[in-house]
Every structure is written in structure tokens, then in C-alpha cells.
Write a protein that binds this ligand. Structure first.
Ligand SMILES: [Zn+2]
Length: 213
């Protein structure tokens, strides 16, 4: 049992080192954060297993690409579809960011596509033709000066976690269950027991496979 994940100074050092270079090994990361390699590995895995680190992948310099059009599009979306429409938007591969905001233009998206004709056709035939959606404005990006992730790393960032059994937010103590190399997070003893009951056979199988490999 432990409190829901709060990131401390060590996590921050590891994250900053990973942001600078995602190819760093656990050993290199450990040296930077001044901890042992197993500690660095366990910390990173914890942030991955909790869903906070979604992926580690290449970051492109868009200025190096000569083709293509990017635009910021401001939409006014009716409250009746505000729960479903953003996930529809997210399913469009050309839509790269979906932000819900306060105010009258309540959805902002960034679209990347091959040409301004392409942009127009995406807007006309896939976004603005939906009931309850109106286009407020769209602006083509002429140059990107800075494009970083939306989180400034500071100490004591709390990661919200959902119970792997009931799906509810974990607010109090956290119940952890080791499954193979990963972990499952449960909100209470009841969910922990129900989870074990439901997936017991599978957990045992994963564990056997892990031990025999
Ligand atoms: Zn639960």
C-alpha cells in the first residue's frame, strides 16, 4: 500500500534526462540522477506502468520538412456533443492536438496535412459538417518557434491514477498488485480482491512465463 504516485526530485532528474535524450540507458540515467541502476529502472517503469509516460519516441523538427501545411483551428462545439466529438477529432490522423478550453471557442485543434486544399477539405467534409460544430477561425502556421510538451517539470507533480478494476479515480491509499514485470493499481481492498479473483489464472500464467524465461 502506498499513496498515489507523487513524483519527487529523483523522478524529475530522470524525466529531464530522458527528455534530453530518450535513448539513454538505465545505467546512464541512474548516473545522472545519482541513484542505482535498479532504482532508476524501477522509477521509470513505475511512471510507464501508471500511464504517466505514454511513450518514448522520436521528436521531429518540423522546420526540416518542406512540404505540408499546419493550422490552428478554433471551433465552437455545442455542449451536447462535447463528450463525444473530441474523441472523434482525435481519431482523425491529421488532427495532431485537441484542446478543450474555457470560453466561447471551446475546442482548439492543430491539423497537419499536405496542402491548403487538403486542409479545406478536412474542415469541410470531416469537421465542420458535423452537427453542433461551427468553425470560428482557422490560421495557417507559418513558422514554429517553440513546440514543447504541455508540462513544466517541477517537484511534487501528482499523477492521477485510475483503479484497474472499477475505473474510479484513486484518491486515498493505493493498492498495488505485481503482474509479471508490470503493476496494477487498485483503489481499495475490495477491488484488489475482485481483481485477483477475476484475473488470478492469467496473473499466475504471466508469472510462470516470467520465471521460466
Ligand atoms: Zn476500484
Amino acid at each position: 500500500m502506498a499513496l498515489p504516485l507523487t513524483l519527487d526530485k529523483i523522478d524529475m532528474l530522470l524525466l529531464k534526462a530522458l527528455l534530453e535524450d530518450g535513448r539513454r540507458s538505465y545505467r546512464q540515467l541512474a548516473r545522472i540522477a545519482n541513484v542505482s541502476t535498479p532504482t532508476a529502472e524501477a522509477r521509470i517503469k513505475r511512471m510507464i506502468n501508471s500511464g504517466f509516460i505514454k511513450k518514448i519516441g522520436p521528436v521531429f523538427d518540423l522546420a526540416k520538412i518542406e512540404q505540408g501545411v499546419s493550422a490552428i483551428v478554433y471551433l465552437k462545439v455545442d455542449p451536447s456533443i462535447i463528450n463525444d466529438f473530441p474523441s472523434y477529432l482525435s481519431s482523425l490522423v491529421e488532427v495532431r492536438n485537441v484542446l478543450l478550453t474555457t470560453g466561447e471557442w471551446n475546442v482548439i485543434v492543430r491539423i497537419a496535412c499536405s496542402s491548403s486544399d487538403d486542409l479545406q477539405s478536412i474542415l469541410d467534409s470531416r469537421i465542420c459538417n458535423r452537427d453542433g460544430v461551427s468553425l470560428v477561425n482557422s490560421q495557417v502556421i507559418t513558422r514554429t518557434i517553440k513546440d514543447e510538451q504541455g508540462l513544466v517539470l517541477t517537484d511534487n507533480i501528482r499523477i492521477s491514477m485510475k483503479c484497474d478494476y472499477c475505473g474510479g479515480e484513486i484518491t486515498g491509499a493505493l493498492f498495488k498488485l505485481k503482474v509479471g514485470d508490470g503493476e496494477r493499481y487498485l483503489c481499495c481492498k475490495g477491488c484488489l480482491n475482485s481483481y485477483k479473483e477475476k484475473y488470478g489464472t492469467r496473473i499466475a500464467r504471466i508469472e510462470r512465463a516470467r520465471l521460466s524465461s
